[in-house]
Design a protein around this ligand. Structure first.
Ligand code: SAH
Length: 225
């Protein structure tokens, strides 16, 4: 997870304890360590959460090397799209592929396709049906806002969810052959009338609560299964 505020309701509900610090990543776990929650940590200089793809890559690497997970779930908040039927408070699960929308490399060979990402995620049909989640293609970049080119690429990606970490983690999972999925609660509408930052802050707490509620259902389903 990227942000402390997104993780707090989950840490509290499951009674997770902090078990390790791999600078800057903070690792929490339940008693038997069947559930590991790994947080990107804070930037010591700027005193903010380490959001975005760099910290997400590092976090995923640390978790895979140290805790050998059976499945990585990147959960967090995200932007949704009216044009895709998205609403504030909706919770999505990844489907089909995880893309980037801010990597543009117009060079011969495989670079164009490399830039897009298009990393795999697990088939989420059963989980989505059992826990009433929306399914959507997730697209990542290192910006909370977007440019015209980003919009074009998000449309080409057929994205329903815009955020800043999933593709980075999906890449680390792909190269290590660890199954990956992402659960994202919508805080703001990308193609709506409100400024993203304001809408994000207004809805952050509510969306983090919705995320925790869905994570309970998902983990119960996965652990019972
Ligand atoms: N202004 C906020 C910073 C949030 S950045 C603050 O100071 O607390 C956005 C974080 O939420 C990232 O981790 C990203 O994955 C997610 N996010 C939510 N809505 C987003 C959107 N519309 N675009 C990109 N990322 C979004």
């Amino acid at each position: 997870m990227a942000m402390q505020g997104e993780a707090d309701p989950i840490i509290k509900y499951f009674g997770l304890k902090e078990i390790a610090f791999h600078n800057p990543v903070r690792v929490f776990a339940n008693e038997d360590q069947s559930l590991i929650l790994s947080l990107n940590g804070t930037d010591a200089k700027h005193k903010v959460d380490n959001i975005g793809t760099q910290a997400a890559t590092l976090n995923a690497h640390i978790v895979i090397q140290n805790y050998k997970p059976d499945l990585i779930i990147n959960c967090g908040t995200a932007g949704g799209f009216i044009s895709k039927g998205g609403k504030i408070g909706d919770v999505y699960i990844a489907t089909e592929k995880i893309c980037f929308h801010d990597r543009r490399i117009d060079l011969p060979g495989g670079f164009k396709a490399y830039a897009k990402g298009n990393f795999p995620c697990i088939n989420s049909d059963e989980l989505a049906a059992k826990t009433q989640l929306k399914q959507g293609i997730i697209s990542s970049s290192d910006a909370l806002d977007f440019t015209e080119t980003d919009t074009k690429i998000m449309q080409e990606n057929n994205a329903s969810v815009k955020e800043m970490e999933a593709a980075a983690i999906a890449w680390v999972c792909e190269i290590n052959q660890v199954p990956f999925t992402a659960i994202k609660a919508i805080t703001d509408i990308v193609d709506g009338p409100h400024a993203t930052g304001e809408e994000f802050l207004k809805n952050f707490e509510m969306a983090s609560f919705a995320l925790k509620e869905k994570m309970l259902e998902i983990l119960n389903f996965l652990l019972v299964k």
